[in-house]
Design a protein around this ligand. Sequence first.
Ligand code: PGH
Ligand code: CA
Ligand code: ZN
Length: 307
Amino acid sequence: MGLVTGKEILDKADKEGYAVGAFNINNMEILQAIVNAAKLENSPVMIAVSEGAIKYAGIDYLTSLVKTAAESTDIPIALHLDHGKDFKVILSCIRYGFTSLMIDASSLPFEENVAETKKVVGVAHPLGISVEAELGRLQGVEDNVSVAERDAILINPKEAKIFVKETGVDSLAPAIGTSHGAFKFKGKAELDFERLKETKKLTKIPLVLHGASSVPKEILDQAAKYGAKIPGAKGVPTGQIKKAIENGINKVNIDTDLRLTLTGAIRKVFYESPEQFDPRKILGPARDSMSDLVRKKMKLLGSSGKA
Ligand code: PGH
Ligand code: CA
Ligand code: ZN
């Protein structure tokens, strides 16, 4: 089967009350790990490609790999631009066959975010390509942050309603207290579920959780055992991911947990087999470990068996 749109995957998830993982790729092994997991779990999946990944691997290489993966299965797979900021990159993604685009103009004032998002929807929708946008800032928010500060950082559900109506986006990423990377919280992790609930009620579209890696202790421990030094790493507890899905999240973005898994697996090979220099023996175990990780995520999100 060819690629399907983000909207097709996410509208079904919204209707049936589960979430689909959007996993970031940079190379063949990461993609194969994800697609292999999707096949084993019979789960729809979104392959996320960032502007950084495009710079690293080339849009031609990455799209060829993802199209080849989609042709190998009947599992619904969407090819998604993650955090698109440059309109030229967005246009080249359209030309290369992406079926889902994120326009991230969330650092701009509200009206400019509306205008930028509208511009992307204007070119994408006539071509049948889905669009995701973002409101608020992705920044860890702790208990000691003042109400005024929270309001400045996190999504305003009433604004979200206006935003969705004016732009016509297919999905929206609300800032509710997560951030990207391996160091999400200094104190206790607590997402703003009230804001999320209200945003869902007022927008009634699929919502997206960015910065959703859990940074699991067992992955950190494995990496540390073989020499990694990543002190203070902390992610979103899996219980909060579940609660977010119960309150309207239908797409969960994972990058960091893949990176940590790959790092731990490669370190293990280097530590245990210093004589090893075959790339297949170095990257193969990492690919297997990432596939196991993605299978666990699909079970957690409720997308297993939904393909
Ligand atoms: C993400 C990934 N990509 O868009 O939001 O977040 O760093 O938590 O994996 P993590
Ligand atoms: Ca942002
Ligand atoms: Zn993100």
